[in-house]
Structure formats: structure tokens, C-alpha cells
Design a protein around this ligand. Structure first.
Ligand SMILES: [Zn+2]
Length: 80
């Protein structure tokens, strides 16, 4: 499915439908990409940028989990 013409090379751009990232489990919005100008790696990078906000949330959860682990260890030592 093609929607727009690439302004760099004049070829039609490919629409990437909205979906859910297998890597993060976060949903992302649909976007268009020129396969001529943008090799697969750059497409993946664009998709990752869409998910930056989700990554930040996941990083925050990691930090909270680490704090809970420390707290649990502290309590185990005190209550042993
Ligand atoms: Zn192009």
C-alpha cells in the first residue's frame, strides 16, 4: 500500500501500519518510509524513535524494581 511520493528520489513511500513492538510490547503509530532512501536499519531506527516514550517508562519501571529488590534484601537482613 502506497500513500506518498518520496521528495528525495520520487519513488512511492511505503506505509507501515500501526502495531505493537515485539521488543518493547508498546504500541506505535503508523508511519510512511521510502525503501529506496531508507534501508532496513534506518526503518528500524525510525520505529524505535516512535517508541522512545515507552522505553522511558520501561526504564523507570526497572529503576523501581531495583529499589524494591534492595528494600527486600534490607528487610530480610533485619528480620532474620
Ligand atoms: Zn526516496
Amino acid at each position: 500500500m502506497y500513500e506518498a511520493i518520496c521528495q528525495q528520489c520520487g519513488n512511492p513511500k511505503k506505509m507501515v501500519p500501526a502495531g505493537i513492538s515485539k521488543r518493547t510490547g508498546q504500541s506505535y503509530a503508523a508511519f510512511s518510509v521510502c525503501e529506496t532512501c531508507n534501508p532496513k536499519q534506518q526503518q528500524a531506527k525510525a520505529a524505535r524513535q516512535e517508541n522512545d516514550q515507552g522505553e522511558l517508562i520501561l526504564a523507570g519501571i526497572d529503576t523501581i524494581n531495583q529499589r524494591l529488590d534492595k528494600m527486600a534484601k534490607y528487610l530480610e537482613e533485619r528480620l532474620a
